[in-house]
Design a protein. Structure first.
Length: 299
């Protein structure tokens, strides 16, 4: 039976569509992809989708299945990479408390794994294309706030509902691409040679050394939404939240102890990679080797 992932010091346990009239001029289709200099972001159009475990093979916390309406948004095509994180880490704005939840800045040298070559830490050679790891929820949020100031566009972590819609749309499949999974499709337990992250976007359908990959793109073109690293969402975690969730733009419970993480990782079995699978982690704990993040850009 799959169980929720609560992390502590050790492991303890396609085309573009029209925006709604409130966000775009009538008859004007937004671009399918935008890039403000910090990576590609793909459009997830406004509309309803069916959220939750429609197969009945998940956990009670992933049910009931319910219809959710979301406004349009853009989501990172890839997880935030070491190269992108380095731009934040090396910027004087990193130390500005206004970007950090509660005004508490996490020192640069407290991001674990940064100097570990075996984990492709961002402080090691040839690591820029790998997803950043060891970044807690506060740090991921600070990056988004900093990016907002740099670009003039609103960036933030995705809500849990936004993450799931971006991963599966209305396909209602187990994984972003379909119902079957193999070692040529995602980075998870048993699929990779080494127990660590792979470069962001590795599984894009190209030939990677001796492996011919299959694309793991979601219906909207986001890669690695199953496996590689789990991803922070903005929501507090609520085990029974689906039973009380609003049906329009849900934001998660008002408070809690854990933040939602989604997507599975290189350290997780294939069923944990289901697009509807829910997990959670302590937001302030740094040493999450399995967790990274991707951002949302508002239109």
């Amino acid at each position: 039976m799959r169980r929720i992932l609560i992390l502590s010091g050790l492991f303890a346990a396609a085309g573009a569509a029209l925006l709604s009239s409130s966000t775009a001029s009538p008859g004007v289709a937004p671009p399918a992809t935008v890039n403000d200099g910090y990576g590609d972001f793909v459009l997830v159009p406004a509309g309803n989708f069916s959220m939750g475990d429609n197969f009945g093979d998940g956990e009670a916390r992933e049910r009931p299945v319910h219809t959710v309406f979301l406004e349009a948004y853009y989501i990172g095509k890839l997880e935030v990479t070491n190269a992108q994180w380095t731009r934040f880490r090396d910027d004087p704005g990193y130390d500005d408390p206004k970007y950090w939840p509660g005004g508490v800045v996490v020192p640069r040298d407290q991001v674990p794994f940064w100097t570990q070559a075996q984990n492709h830490g961002g402080g090691t050679p040839d690591s820029g294309a790998y997803p950043v790891i060891g970044v807690n929820w506060d740090s991921a949020t600070a990056y988004c706030n900093w990016l907002t100031a740099k670009t003039g566009h609103k960036y933030r972590l995705p809500t849990e509902a936004e993450w799931e819609k971006a991963a599966r749309g209305n396909r209602q499949t187990r994984y972003p691409w379909g119902n079957d999974i193999g070692r040529d499709r995602a980075n998870y337990v048993g699929a990779q040679k080494y127990d660590t992250v792979q470069i962001a976007g590795f599984y894009d359908g190209s030939q990677r050394g001796g492996l011919k990959t299959q694309s793991n793109a979601s219906p909207y073109g986001a890669l690695d939404m199953a496996g590689n690293v789990m991803e922070w969402c903005s929501d507090w975690y609520g085990r029974t939240y689906y039973s009380e969730s609003p049906r329009r733009n849900p934001q998660g419970p008002a408070n809690g102890a854990y933040r939602v993480v989604r997507g599975g990782s290189f350290f997780i079995e294939a069923p944990e990679l289901h697009s509807y699978a829910r997990s959670a982690a302590w937001p302030s704990f740094q040493a999450h080797r399995m967790i990274g993040f991707r951002a949302v850009r508002e239109p």
